[in-house]
Design a protein around this ligand. Structure first.
Ligand SMILES: *[C@@H]1O[C@H](CO)[C@@H](O)[C@H](O)[C@H]1NC(C)=O
Ligand SMILES: *[C@@H]1O[C@H](CO)[C@@H](O)[C@H](O)[C@H]1NC(C)=O
Length: 360
């Protein structure tokens, strides 16, 4: 008896046990928290999957307009709309490209006899022109149900190498063009109490990247536009979707490659180049499901969860995941930023040594 009392009253053991208890307590706490989270997530999933009536929208027999529709993601979106039975109008500037794309989209039509595919050669950088052209288009082709804003371009370069002209053309096409088209169609969409608006931003619309001071600015602007629009148009039964594609294998991307500083190339090589069909398919699905963000894969999930901020939320499940993961994902985000900084430092060292060689 005396032995065991001595044994347990030893300060050392007492402390150890105390610590041990705390550790076990902490461990149970963490396990409990994770289990509880899983249970809540599953409950929400079951509830929303089976009892939530989320009507998926349909473009059959509706008029779908796609800007930047003669190539890349835009053309793929137009093809998807044609496959789903919509009347499609593509907008771009180059008539030759439009003709070619129109032919391709016609081939994709679900029913070639009843569907119409047209094109409009238009510079979306001037509001008066856009307003008149879209009003005329609706008179001819019927009210626009879905507007997909894909027109955009990227010119990369360090800030000192970014000419005011390239800044201007990106601002005009990526941001103003999108704003103008949306502004021109919303009054009629509001009146008809239905509609879908898609804005094609970029992953660079959620984080700034070396060499993209101008490009990222225009793509960030689209997020502000999309969030404000979503709030304004929600009472009118019009959904807004912001598409955030990673680097996509399009004709535009090939041109952009030419202007990229080595830092930008090195950073963008960390992610895969995706095909425009894949981006378009996801964007189309998300738009018809009224999701606010449309992003691809795990990377897209991390980005949109981390950067959810004040964006509209789709479901309790999504809200729960965001509340739970935003903090921890911040840590992953910081690791990425750290890697980017290392890449940039290495590139600077490399260019310095190249310059020294040149001088010699
Ligand atoms: C689509 O085009 C067909 C054929 O021209 C037309 O009959 C139909 O009304 C159009 N639908 C809409 C919604 O404009
Ligand atoms: C909302 O729009 C969808 C089509 O996008 C339509 O089916 C539905 O009837 C509309 N709801 C209301 C309340 O107008």
């Amino acid at each position: 008896m005396g032995f065991s009392r001595d044994y347990f009253s030893s300060d050392f053991l007492h402390n150890l046990l105390h610590k041990h208890n705390l550790m076990i307590f902490g461990l149970y706490g963490i396990i409990g928290f994770i289990l509880l989270s899983i249970v809540i997530f599953c409950t929400l999933f079951v509830y929303e999957h089976f009892f939530w009536t989320n009507k998926i929208k349909d473009v059959r027999k509706k008029h779908v307009v796609v800007t930047g529709g003669s190539s890349g993601i835009g053309k793929c979106m137009a093809i998807l709309a044609a496959k789903k039975g919509a009347n499609v109008t593509i907008i771009a500037r180059n008539v030759e490209n439009l003709e070619k794309a129109k032919h391709e989209i016609l081939q994709a039509c679900e029913n070639k006899d009843t569907q119409r595919v047209e094109y409009l050669s238009l510079d979306i950088g001037d509001y008066e022109t856009v307003e008149k052209a879209l009003a005329d288009l609706e008179n001819d082709m019927g009210p626009i149900y879905m507007l997909v804003n894909c027109a955009g371009l990227a010119i990369a370069g360090k800030i000192e190498d970014t000419t005011p002209k390239s800044l201007d053309i990106m601002m005009r096409t990526n941001f103003l063009g999108t704003y103008y088209c949306i502004k021109a169609v919303t009054p009629r969409m509001k009146a008809s109490k239905e509609g879908v608006i898609v804005l094609v931003s970029s992953q660079g619309g959620l984080l700034g990247i070396f060499g993209y001071t101008a490009y990222c600015s225009t793509k960030f602007a689209l997020r502000g536009l999309a969030e404000s629009l979503a709030m304004e148009l929600q009472p009118y039964n019009i959904s807004v979707t912001l598409c955030l594609p990673p680097d996509t294998d399009t004709p535009g991307y090939a041109i952009e490659e030419l202007s990229k500083p080595i830092e930008t190339k090195a950073i963008s090589q960390m992610a895969n180049l995706v095909q425009p069909e894949v981006v378009a398919e996801k964007a189309f699905k998300d738009a018809l499901a009224r999701n606010f963000f449309s992003a691809l894969g795990l990377e897209g999930f991390i980005m949109t969860t981390l950067c959810a901020g004040m964006s509209p939320v789709k479901s309790y499940r999504q809200l729960f995941v965001q509340v739970l993961l935003m903090g921890p994902l911040r840590f992953i985000g910081i690791v990425y930023l750290f890697i980017f900084q290392r890449i940039i430092a290495q590139c600077k060292q490399y260019t310095n040594s190249e310059n020294i060689k040149k001088v010699k």
